[in-house]
Design a protein around this ligand. Structure first.
Ligand SMILES: Cc1ncc(COP(=O)(O)O)c(C=O)c1O
Length: 404
């Protein structure tokens, strides 16, 4: 489980495919079908355990996507889902039961906080949220019925970094399943399975697909756990569409080059923002000023394409800056080739309470950038111009568009 057979850059392009010469298409086939014909009922019974029975059970294009993710993460097995939230909810519902307990860090994607605080209690599953980087608190929160240690790193949107070695060891010591949301980290910048984390999750909607054109989720890790989750996926129905799975495979082929460029651009953007008079604070793991800079450098090969900053002004100033940007498109989500800007209190963390946001340190002044692969000079020019909107008297009306 700890050994990656192919380097991530190669696995992204070639998956787990056999590199022997053979005749056939270079691009994979799409099995755009919901069902598969059989010769007789004997065969009908036999195919139920294969990926040629019914697409909610499995499908060869979905299998190929899963094999690619497995190779990329260096894990034993993987599953793909219709969305990142689909991956998270299906996994947790599959592995936990009434009476179980979760220890989770406080900084989480808002949808997960909502699932833990509003949904799981209805099913008799309790969660204790602990300070993200205070590992003594993680340890003290563990009870006899704790089953899962749930992590996210880098965190959305404050980009805090969780020590994967420490947390994986803690989970092992107490016999807990460890699970990490590695969406912001990408399988290029970090490899949680190498630290012994049992389950690695991504919203594939973001960097893995990379072109803002599909929603999906992936989970990879220990085969015994993945098999259990796979059984539940059939019942809960969170399967991916074959065409979307094919788009995911295609997107993954360029993951390594996209992420390398996004790492470089984001570091320069973060450096620019750090010296700007109208910026109060910049959150970026590869800036020396980041509180977990040392651990970030140790466990990540790049700082990621995400940069969050706080304007030296009000929440209205943050909104004005985001609306004044032109190259950075005002839209929620992240990880695509195009640069996006969003205000976390209005988007990724709109669905949780102001109190929960305050506990995570998510402020109204925060502006979250997903730095794309355009020329970094153009990205910086766009920011420089937009930052003139801070403390300006011109009020731009602020819409309250759809939330995700
Ligand atoms: C860190 C993180 N995890 C999970 C999700 C959920 O993914 P999806 O929107 O694909 O369901 C998101 C979505 O923004 C996210 O940012």
């Amino acid at each position: 489980m700890k050994q990656r057979r192919r380097r991530a850059e190669t696995a992204a392009v070639r998956g787990a495919s056999d590199l022997q010469k053979k005749n056939g298409p270079v691009a994979p086939e799409i099995y755009q079908t919901s069902t598969f014909e059989v010769a007789d009922n004997e065969e009908q019974i036999r195919v139920t355990t294969t990926d040629r029975y019914y697409t909610r059970w499995g499908n060869p294009t979905i299998t190929l996507a899963e094999q690619t993710v497995t190779a990329l993460e260096g894990t034993e097995a993987a599953l793909v889902f219709a969305s990142g939230m689909g991956a998270i909810t299906t996994t947790i519902l599959s592995l936990l039961k009434a009476g179980d307990h979760i220890v989770a860090q406080r900084d989480l994607y808002g949808g997960v906080t909502k699932f833990f605080s509003e949904w799981l209690p209805r099913l008799g599953i309790e969660t204790t949220l602990v300070d993200t980087t205070e590992y003594e608190q993680h340890s003290r929160a563990i009870r006899p019925n704790t089953k899962l240690l749930y992590l996210e790193s880098p965190t959305n949107p404050a980009l805090r970094i969780v020590d994967m070695e420490k947390t994986a060891a803690l989970a092992r010591q107490h016999g807990l399943i460890s699970m990490i949301d590695s969406t912001f980290g990408t399988p290029i910048n970090q490899h949680p399975a190498e630290y012994g984390i049992d389950l690695v999750m991504h919203s594939g909607t973001k960097y893995l697909s990379g072109h803002a054109d599909l929603t999906c989720g992936v989970i990879s890790g220990r085969r015994d756990l993945i098999e259990q989750v796979g059984e539940s996926r059939k019942t809960l129905g969170n399967c991916m569409d074959p065409h979307a799975a094919w788009l995911l495979i295609r997107g993954l082929k360029t993951l390594a080059v996209r992420v390398a460029r996004q790492n470089d651009n984001a570091l320069r953007v973060a450096g620019f923002l750090e010296q700007h008079a109208k910026v109060r604070r910049v959150h970026y793991p590869f800036l020396k000023s980041h509180p977990q800079y040392a651990i970030a450098r140790q466990q990540m090969s790049g700082g990621s394409g995400m940069v969050t900053f706080e304007v030296d002004g009000s929440g209205d100033d943050a909104r004005r800056v985001s609306e004044a940007m032109k190259l950075f498109t005002l839209a929620t989500s992240l990880g695509g080739v195009e640069s996006l800007v969003s205000i976390p209190v209005l988007t990724s963390h709109a669905m949780i309470s102001a109190e929960q946001r305050a506990q995570m340190g998510v402020t109204e002044q925060m502006v979250r950038l997903s730095v794309g692969i355009e020329a970094v000079e153009d990205q910086i020019e766009d920011l420089e111009r937009a930052l003139e909107a801070v403390n300006s008297r011109v009020r731009v009306p602020v819409g309250s568009g759809p939330r995700s």
